[in-house]
Design a protein around this ligand. Structure first.
Ligand SMILES: Nc1ncnc2c1ncn2[C@@H]1O[C@H](COP(=O)(O)OP(=O)(O)OP(=O)(O)O)[C@@H](O)[C@H]1O
Ligand SMILES: O=c1ccn([C@@H]2O[C@H](COP(=O)(O)O)[C@@H](O)[C@H]2O)c(=O)[nH]1
Ligand SMILES: [Mg+2]
Length: 232
C-alpha cells in the first residue's frame, strides 16, 4: 500500500493535472483505511526479498534459518522470538502475549506485524527470513497491508506430528509453550489456520515444500538449492 501511495505522490508532482490528483490524495488521506498509512515508508527504498518460513511447532524452522543466514546472508526474524522479547521487555502487552503463547493461540496481527516492521526498518540488509509468520489469513493480510509487500518465496517444512512433538519436548530451552498440553493446542491451530496460508501460497506458485525429516544437515541440503536459485 505504501508503495502505491508513494508512486501516487510521484505522479502528483510530475503531472499537469494537479487539481484532480490533489483531490484524490486528499480523499485517500481522509479515508480510515489510508489515514495511518500516508507517510514515508523507509522499506520502499529497499529492494526487498522476503521469505516466509512456515511449518508446525518443532519442524525445525529456527534451526534451518540459522543455516540459511550463515550460508546466504539473510536476516532472520522469528515472529515468536520477537513476541518473547516483547514479554521480556515488560511491555504493556507482555501479559496478553504471554497468556496467548501459553494457550497456543495467535497474537493479534497488528502487534506482530509492527514488531516485524520495526526490525525490517532497522536492518541494513534487504533479504529477510520471516520465521513462523503468517500463521493465519488475518496475519497474511495484515502484513500485506502494513508492510505493503508480499513474500517472494515461501518455505514450508513438512514434518510428521510425532516427530515435531518429540523435538519440542526435547528442546529444553525453558519455553513456556514446550509442554504437552500447549503443544496439542499449537498443533490444532497449525492444522486449522497455518495450513490455509500454506495452501494460499501454493496456489500462487510461491511455495517450496521441504521434507523436514532426517538430520539437520540432510534437510539443509534440500533447502540449499532453493536459495542458490535466488541469488539476490
Ligand atoms: N533435523 C532434526 N532432527 C532432530 N532434532 C532437530 C532437527 N532440527 C531441529 N531439531 C531440534 O528440534 C527442536 C525444534 O527445532 P526448532 O526450534 O528449529 O523448530 P521450530 O520449527 O523453530 O519450532 P517452533 O515453531 O516451536 O519455534 C530444537 O531443539 C532443535 O535443536
Ligand atoms: O506470528 C506469530 C508467531 C508466533 N505467535 C505465538 O508465539 C508462539 C511461539 O511461536 P514460535 O514460532 O513457535 O516461536 C506461537 O505458538 C504463538 O502463540 C503468534 O501469535 N504469532
Ligand atoms: Mg522457532
Amino acid at each position: 500500500m505504501w508503495r502505491r501511495v508513494a508512486s501516487l505522490s510521484a505522479l502528483i508532482s510530475s503531472t499537469s493535472n494537479r487539481c484532480f490528483l490533489d483531490q484524490v490524495a486528499y480523499r485517500m488521506s481522509t479515508c480510515k483505511l489510508f489515514s495511518s498509512e500516508v507517510k514515508e515508508n523507509p522499506l520502499t527504498l529497499k529492494d526487498l526479498f522476503i521469505t516466509f518460513v512456515l511449518g508446525g511447532p518443532g519442524s525445525g524452522k529456527g534451526t534451518q534459518c540459522a543455516k540459511i543466514v550463515e550460508t546466504f546472508g539473510y536476516v532472520h526474524l522469528s515472529a515468536g522470538e520477537l513476541l518473547r522479547r516483547e514479554i521480556a521487555s515488560n511491555s504493556e502487552y507482555g501479559s496478553m502475549i504471554l497468556n496467548t503463547i501459553k494457550d497456543g493461540k495467535i497474537v493479534p496481527s497488528e502487534m506482530t506485524v509492527r514488531l516485524i516492521q520495526k526490525e525490517m526498518e532497522l536492518s541494513n540488509n534487504h533479504k529477510f527470513l520471516i520465521d513462523g509468520f503468517p500463521r493465519n489469513e488475518e496475519n497474511r493480510i495484515a502484513f500485506e497491508t502494513i508492510i505493503g509487500a508480499d513474500p517472494d518465496i515461501v518455505l514450508f517444512f513438512n514434518c510428521p506430528e510425532e516427530e515435531m512433538v518429540k523435538r519440542v519436548l526435547n528442546r529444553n530451552q525453558g519455553r513456556v509453550d514446550d509442554n504437552i498440553e500447549t503443544i496439542k493446542k499449537r498443533l490444532k491451530v497449525f492444522k486449522a489456520s497455518n495450513l490455509l496460508v500454506v495452501d494460499y501460497y501454493s496456489d500462487k506458485g510461491k511455495l517450496f515444500e521441504i521434507d523436514a525429516t532426517g538430520t539437520e544437515e540432510e534437510i539443509f541440503e534440500r533447502v540449499r538449492p532453493v536459495f542458490a536459485a535466488f541469488q539476490v
